[in-house]
Ligand binder design. Sequence first.
Ligand code: SAH
Ligand code: SF4
Ligand code: F3S
Length: 454
Amino acid sequence: MLKSFYIETFGCQMNVHDSEKVAGTLLNSGYRQVDNADDADLVLYNTCSIREKAAQKVFSRLGQFRKGRGEGKQFAVIGCVAQQEGEKIFEAAPHVNLVAGSASYSRFSELLAQLESGQRRVTGLSLDTDQTFDTEFTKRGHPFRAYITIIEGCDKHCAYCVVPFTRGPERSRTAASVLAEARRLADAGYTEIQLLGQNVNSYRDPSPAAVSFAGLLSQVAEVPGIRRVRFTTSHPRDFRREIVEAIDSHPALCDHIHLPVQSGSSSVLERMLRDYTRQEYMERIGWIRQARRPISISTDIIVGFPGETEAEFAETLSLLDEVGYDSIFSFQYSPRPNTSALRMEDAIPDEEKGRRLRVLQQHQREIQWQRNAALVGTLQEVLVEGRNTRGNRSLNRDGCDEHSCNEQWKGRTSQNMMLNFTVPASLEHAVAAGEYCNVRVSKAGPNSLVGEAV
Ligand code: SAH
Ligand code: SF4
Ligand code: F3S
């Protein structure tokens, strides 16, 4: 009987893709994948440490296997909590056998061999690397959208953030290897590619060709068979006008840019060590707004950073109006180990952080409602994701509440909006998951659109 493994992933898309590569490596080493921890010989948790709540999850998972229930199993904690906590994890959860951070995955087979030879505690915790995790063994979790990590790690050291400590220094793959992978994916039938990096636009081709990030975007967009290219996350400091020019000249580059601002106040940005001011950020938004196609813009915001005054918070609200974001991810500041903000005074009480978050989200909800309403009547090309079932509320955040809920299908527009749509009988043969089709928008809610295929 083959050994079996179960892997659960927390955190960002880079983690999702790392898990695909780790799973591929395990399958190639003769393991089979199961979808339930109870059935697995080896249980892996690929963890996230970005906020305290995320980091705690792995310990509650591990806790379920104390006192006998984990008998005969091996446990691996990998990813950002593994890197951050290191060998302390063995003390907190003595049934864990492997602790490894993402900078060690390029030697994952070696770590696995140590585990199989009966070594009780195996670690991969060095951050001293210039390697990226390239492997031909990737167990892709999606049939038509594929991830390619082009740059790993982060050198920016924002005052609140653990990523430089959990993922090590910035290192990029060669443009040639990224392109070769994009071509292989296109040959395998993938039509959408998402280029990933903690700061994807800080990409620096290490080969003599020295292809710029905008150059790489253009080259991937030109790969035959690739219809959509997305990239995330862009850092404002390294955001160049050439990126917008590349989108302008390549229809395959999606009309969406995720550009985390974190705060609308230059003084807070300075304390966060973000390396740009509100004015500099707005200059970049100006470039995006001058593009020939309308490009949607999303962002990340932290409320309640130490010392954030009511006036500084109000600047974040006014930035939402000034930019007109199509969506935001917003978080209460969470103090994290090793970060420089940990030593800052004037912590904002939790209730106040919660209040600011609610105010911010309500403010944005109204902006989104208005922006989406302006799309009613337009024709949008969607990549069909699948059937839209009534119970599936996670994929249809507000559609069920606001609309009649008889939409049969859901898909994403180039601008990354969810569109729920009906299909007239005459077109039913043409609509299936993974296909592209045109949809006329008929209604709009704050988080999604409704329409009919034409
Ligand atoms: N590299 C990206 C962000 C990666 S982390 C960038 O610089 O924009 C994803 C998001 O998590 C961040 O944009 C930030 O909004 C949030 N985040 C990071 N550390 C946090 C913390 N300590 N507390 C709350 N939110 C945090
Ligand atoms: Fe974290 Fe800042 Fe690096 Fe983004 S740029 S991953 S927020 S340290
Ligand atoms: Fe979390 Fe690590 Fe990603 S901390 S957000 S999994 S880089």
